[in-house]
Design a protein around this ligand. Structure first.
Ligand code: ACO
Length: 432
């Protein structure tokens, strides 16, 4: 059924009409273009948190938050469940279509060839204190990587871009593994060219020089799916950051490094850490899921049900549904009896029928289950957001590329409504 489509929007400013053209997306989404608003009316819009602001037009990912729909380049996320190949998804997001056999083989070969880091980068890891936050290390090391690949700063043409993307996607995995090894005082393990992307990450994290870590295919598949489900989510906080930084023509490495910092926050990627900490707090504090839900409902308690709610989804996050299924399989396979999982299930069950959560359309999001799966794999909580960053990297790269190819792209520079003091004068220090 077609809904009514607006063609233009008329705004009355002090009785004078101003027309603005309506832009319609390929899924029928509409927005009115206010590019000329300030020039025509002297007004700007005020939209804290950008909940009503379209910052760009993008052909990468579509989300219908009311219906719980997520599609990468038009393909529903559910179709990746049986074919969870993160590398194929990365290429799809960046280059706009699924790779053919030759392209897929070539991209994989580039990833293998780029798995190592410059040996001098090892000294950078040594410079961090042993309790450094992994996301700070990740952001710093991606910027450092840019110093070692300065020839990749001016990316002209798809050939060079594919090489740059392969370097980043391959090396972020090595950086992540080295962060883990550094923080645990373990010797660095190099990538094994025989292993695929996820198995190689687990190998670099968990093998010892005398003892190769055996990667269970079910676990490899689960990690692959986690990465696929995190690969892009249109204009979220970290992706918008990558675009914002990239709009100044900062290079890809610097822009992605800024994206890592944005992802770090507990209301964004850091939420997967907070979910686990919340479950542990409930478990260790002898609380019940029901007690915690009551606390989260109280205004001013400062408590939120972490892993619940989303700015865009006002329905079940489809990624959470997919992870829920795989978490059961992984825990059964690894024979893990985790009391935290029981608490998580109880929280979900209770929140989904509680009036407070129902009225505000607060459903479990992707972070609710990803942490439990990673914990079962032996990945420490402190590394969860780093894992999220590995998964999100193809999306950041795709958005940076899309923006850099727009002929109309301008430096991002929002306006503000100033509310500070007016007409004040400088007072010399001796008179203050
Ligand atoms: N627990 C309890 N109450 C909540 C929660 C929650 N998790 N989330 C929102 N609410 C309530 C708010 O208190 C508010 O109530 P009110 O209308 O009575 O004032 C209402 O729901 C709307 O909340 P907002 O904060 O305005 O929603 P917003 O869209 O700004 O925030 C966010 C979305 C940040 C994700 C929020 O739901 C949240 O803090 N969730 C927990 C953190 C989390 O899981 N983040 C991961 C997001 S997904 C991702 O980044 C991968």
């Amino acid at each position: 059924m077609w809904r009514h489509m607006a063609k233009s929007v008329q705004l009355l400013v002090d009785g004078k009409p101003h027309d603005f053209p309506v832009v319609t997306g390929s899924e029928g989404e509409q927005g009115f273009d206010i590019t000329k608003l300030r020039a025509d009316t002297g007004l700007i819009t005020l939209d804290p948190g950008y909940g009503n602001t379209g910052s760009c037009q993008s052909a990468i990912t579509f989300i219908d938050g009311d219906k719980g729909v997520l599609r990468y380049r038009g393909i529903p996320i559910e179709e990746f469940a049986g074919n969870p190949d993160f590398i194929e998804v990365a290429w799809l997001l960046i280059f706009g279509r699924l790779p053919n056999q030759e392209e897929s083989t070539r991209f994989r070969a580039r990833l293998t060839a780029n798995a190592h880091l410059h040996e001098a980068m090892k000294y950078h890891f040594e410079g961090f204190p042993a309790d450094a936050p992994p996301m700070a290390m990740l952001s710093a090391m991606i910027n450092t990587l840019g110093c070692f690949h300065a020839e990749m700063h001016a990316l002209k043409g798809d050939e060079l871009f594919e090489e740059a993307a392969a370097r980043l996607i391959s090396k972020i995995r090595t950086i992540a593994a080295f962060i883990y090894r550094r923080l645990h005082g373990l010797p660095y393990m190099y990538a094994d060219p025989k292993l695929r992307y996820c198995a190689n990450l687990l190998h670099m994290m968990f093998s010892m020089p005398h003892d190769q870590h055996r990667v269970d295919p079910e676990i490899e598949k689960a990690l692959n799916l986690i990465f696929v489900l995190h690969a892009d989510h249109e204009q979220n906080c970290s992706t918008s950051t990558v675009r914002m930084v990239g709009s100044s023509k900062a290079n890809l490495f610097a822009s992605v490094s800024a994206g890592v910092c944005a992802l770090w926050g507990p209301l964004h990627g850091g939420a997967n850490v907070e979910v686990l900490e919340m479950l542990e707090q409930i478990h260790k504090g002898g609380l019940t899921a029901d007690n915690y839900i009551e606390m989260a409902k109280q205004k001013g308690s400062g408590v939120r049900l972490m892993g619940f709610g989303h700015r865009v989804y006002k329905n079940y996050d489809p990624r959470a549904k997919m992870l829920q299924g795989i978490s059961d399989r992984v825990l059964t396979k690894l024979n893990v009896k985790d009391p935290l999982l029981d608490i998580a299930r109880r929280l979900e069950e209770q929140a989904l029928k509680d009036d407070y959560f129902v009225a505000r359309k607060l459903y479990p999001n992707v972070d609710f289950y990803s942490g439990i799966i990673m914990r079962a794999m032996g990945i420490p909580t402190s590394m969860f957001t780093v894992m999220f960053a590995i998964g999100r990297l193809p999306g950041w790269i795709a958005h940076w590329k899309e923006q850099s190819e727009e002929s109309t792209s301008r430096i991002a520079r929002p306006r503000q409504i100033y509310t500070g003091p007016v007409d004040k004068h400088y007072v010399p220090i001796e008179q203050r």
